[in-house]
Design a protein around this ligand. Structure first.
Ligand code: 5GP
Ligand code: ZN
Length: 123
């Protein structure tokens, strides 16, 4: 898409703090982090919202979601368990869709928020 901010970021026409890239996905730091770790995972192809997705996008969506725990581990917010099994660490994954979903950039993206609470964007 010619005039899409995240297409331009994925194409490196606009700089970003890149944390991951492969043939299908691109991940970078959110410019206005709402948590100590705030990353965005996007497909390289232009998909405006989750509502444009169909069965042909299932593998891509799975890859986006599966990247989150890998990035969490790399950025110090993996879910951990102590000796008695009590969980620690962790992160939130979120996709905003459409105006009522709070979406501001119309290129599909998965937010990954992590770090010790409290943080601004927590719910
Ligand atoms: P949305 O509300 O659409 O789910 O989230 C869009 C996110 O993109 C926001 O968290 C916002 O801070 C982030 N964002 C907007 N413009 C830019 C930019 O130019 N660079 C980066 N890295 N993040 C951006
Ligand atoms: Zn786009």
């Amino acid at each position: 898409m010619d005039n899409c901010l995240f297409c331009k970021i994925a194409a490196k026409q606009i700089p970003s703090a890149v944390v991951y890239e492969d043939d299908d996905l691109f991940a970078f730091k959110d410019i206005k982090p709402a948590a100590p770790v705030h990353l965005l995972v996007i497909p390289k192809i232009h998909v405006a919202t989750l509502s444009e997705c169909n069965d042909s996008h299932i593998e891509l969506l799975g890859k986006m979601l599966a990247l989150a725990p890998r990035l969490a581990a790399e950025h110090g917010c993996a879910v951990t368990y102590d000796a008695d099994g009590t969980p620690g660490g962790g992160y939130k994954t979120l996709i905003n869709s459409g105006p009522d979903g709070g979406q501001e950039v119309y290129h599909l993206h998965l937010h990954m928020y992590g770090g010790p609470r409290p943080w601004r964007g927590q719910r």
